[in-house]
Write a protein that binds this ligand. Sequence first.
Ligand code: ZN
Ligand code: ZN
Length: 695
Amino acid sequence: MKAKQKLREAVDLLYCRGCAGTEAYSRLLLECFRNADADQARRLQSHMKLHSFTPTTSFFHNRLLQIYAKSGYISDAQDLFERMCHRDVFSWNAMLSAYSKLGSIDDLLALFNQMPTRDTVSYNTIIAGLVGHGSCKMAFDFFTRMQGEGFVPTEHTYVSVLNACSQLLDLRLGRQIHGWITARNLRENLYVWNSLIDMYSRCGELDLARWLFDRMVVRNIVLWNSMIHSYLRNGLPKKCIELFHDMRFSGVKPDLVTVSSVLGAILQIGTTEEADKVFRGIEKRDKVCWTIMIAGYAQNGKEEDALKLFTEMLLDDIRPDGFTISSVVSVCSRLASLDRGKVLHGIAIISGLEGDLLISSALVDMYSKCGDTTDAWIVFKLMPSRNVVSWNSMIVGFAQNGLDEEALALYERMLQEKLKPDNITLVGVLSACSHIGLIECGRRYFHSISELHGMKPTLDHYTCMINLLGRSGYMKEAVDMILGMPEEPNSLIWSTVLFVSALNKDIEHGELAARHLFEIDPLNASPYIMLSNMYAACGRWDGVASLRSLMKDRNIRKIAAYSSIEIDNKVYKFVSDDRTHPQTDIIYNKLNELIKKLQQVGFASDTDFVFHDVSEEEKFESICYHSEKLALSFGLISKPSGAIPIRIMKNIRVCGDCHLFMKLVSRSTQRSIVLRDSNRFHHFDNGQCSCRDYW
Ligand code: ZN
Ligand code: ZN
């Protein structure tokens, strides 16, 4: 941060003077390069132009190209490259590296083919670029071609091709490369060694990886981490902890990454107490230790522990940094705890960290996950700089909160600013299209994933498309798409088919999807329940009965549905028919009173949504006391008036009856209700829901 500020001041100073001359310009450019500061580089470029400074060599322009490439300003790099009169191999390499990071494979290959001369760096760049894009086979072709043209592979080449072997799980080729490395005497190069160990461990040869590891001449922290990660990735947390003890015994100081992996390992197999023991056992607990521990809890689903520890840290007079605060903010997003999230926003402001990229992105995410898109937008707009994570938080946030047009408009703006979207961005975009049924738009965006952005559509993207097509009545196209998928469809894909079939009461496709789901995970209750609900909605009671006995035979239990609501910094949980709350009587009275009032205006419980084939009266009883209705009634008692919306979170999808109920209550009480279910947000206002009844 400081270095960047100094650099800016230096450039500011330059602007009060005339031409700075070769030496000063080159020094400042080097600083821009070190800080990947393209903005200052731009200013330097215009300063040179202003004073008609024409560099005699291509050095300046090459340096500028490198800076633009490094900081992702691809169009500036392109512009400059086009205008350069003298391009040497360095210029071409700089442009190549920009494309390898940001461009499509086609651009990358085209540029490489245009190069008048090439060197080892050119080959290394294209190989690394191809591996980064997942085109590993093509990378091998270039590796062969490189040697055919007489270039000797370097450590960088080997690191890339080993990475490709890891991606393809090609152990045979990996071993061959290992042989070459030994022959070339590159064994003592840390990065090469690290990639070798990584390759073997990813290919499942853990013993070989460990053998190599033990024989290393120089072991450093990166390798330790790499080995610890390999154990974790292969589901061997115990080995990971053993290695950690070895490591401390031999006097190597663990760093942030190591300790957080180890804490992650402990939290996977053991308890928070064990992790706590490691933590309390550290003599001098500095900010880093606290942060690791808090982040460890946060990442391992121990949300309340993370928040408690954060409070303890503040009481210990340790100032949190951007990483700590963003970790706890993300905890609040998961808990949908807006009150505590706002307190953290306050702490960030007091600590002078409101402009911190990590914190702001986490805040945008937190506000949108709590259904408060207004505040999310304010934080987003005020951010001094944004990265793809920040854009994603806002785009996905809009889409989840029913502001789908806003999500799409923001995405277009992101493209205009020449930012490269990633998989998450496109999930947000496609889900926005599916909420508002924009078939053509959705198809276009889906094709752009591979054609424009050079990425492979993921299962999530397919899920969005199937949702979009299925909801709009293009069930056949959706099923064709599944059959044409390069990968085996997973349970998420089939549950989506089941869900949209249920919406369309399309029993044929619903049964098809359910059959696949029963095969993938025979003990998961939700497909049984979804299919059964669908049968019930179509009056097919025989189907309901046979599913019920199937569930009984296989001993499948329903997931416990619950809803939670936060009142005065405390989260209250309700299950269906819950009678454990101390104010149970008042809650039920309030709920019955609401139901009666709504019945007078024609509300009749939609008993289609009840699972069992029972009498109407019984059905009515069980549906009236769904957890979200209880939470709502508790919310209305606790906060009888006010402009602040009542916020409820539900762990599964809201049922149709509760959805209608919330709409009517929002009109009759003139209160806004925000309900976050497992799928999306529902903002109920004056009888309407933001999801437009699509969920
Ligand atoms: Zn319900
Ligand atoms: Zn809704």
